[in-house]
Design a binder for this molecule. Structure first.
Ligand SMILES: [Zn+2]
Length: 220
């Protein structure tokens, strides 16, 4: 399924009305070009052909990878058209066992794709990220604004993240042993956090903190 729609967009700079293609649905297998634009974070880039003004076009987009069995819905913050724009149950009658996530940014979508393509559990990845954010913050003496999973270094047995520190433009890399990931996965499983439901859920730092609380509660 690829849902490309063409809409008129008025340039906020010169007022020109520009026919613009928007990808409301992306099928990972059938739309490698759109997938590539997610991975290089240019999917929402928009440029006015009249005056050259560049902007980000933000709209909801549903990403589906059938072979790896996951769906990710990008619902930008403050976009109230949100979840009604695609009737998921009608478009995908067989959703059983599909991992469903909601994210608010293109970077968030890219991260989820990288996590699931690496065969990792995103709750466990978020737990590792939470711990490493603390390490990065201490090491660089600055608060961490955002953090993202990057890749697994198989030969080195390490999981690698990048962190954006407050007031710094360039991210810093921080990695740890895969053992930490496996330990986190045990925590996630014992807290019973990854039951598959019908809803698209956000698995982010808040979800990771909830898992930790449940886990600690269990231990008391
Ligand atoms: Zn323009």
């Amino acid at each position: 399924m690829s849902m490309l729609t063409s809409k008129d967009v008025s340039c906020p700079h010169c007022g020109a009305v520009v026919k613009t293609q928007m990808a409301e649905g992306i099928n990972a297998g059938e739309n490698p070009d759109l997938k590539a634009r997610v991975l290089d974070e240019t999917l929402f880039d928009w440029k006015c052909p009249e005056c050259g003004y560049e902007a980000q076009l933000i709209y909801p987009c549903l990403y589906h990878d059938k072979s790896k069995n996951f769906m990710i819905y990008v619902v930008p913050n403050g976009c109230n058209c949100a979840l009604q724009s695609v009737d998921v149950s009608e478009a995908f009658p067989q959703l059983d066992g599909v991992t469903k996530r909601v994210v608010s940014t293109l970077t968030g979508l890219k991260e989820k794709i990288l996590i699931f393509e690496a065969g990792l559990n995103d709750y466990a990845v978020e737990l590792v990220k939470l711990a490493l954010a603390g390490v990065a913050s201490k090491k660089h003496g600055a608060n961490v604004a955002e953090g993202y999973f990057c890749f697994v270094d198989e030969p080195g047995g390490r999981i690698v993240f990048s962190f954006f520190l407050q007031n710094e433009k360039e991210p810093v890399q921080q990695s740890t042993r895969m053992d930490v990931y496996h330990k986190s996965l045990e925590i996630v499983e014992s807290a019973g956090a990854c039951a598959a439901g019908d809803d698209f859920i956000a698995v982010d730092s808040t979800a990771a903190e909830r898992v930790l609380r449940e886990y600690r509660g269990e231990e008391e």
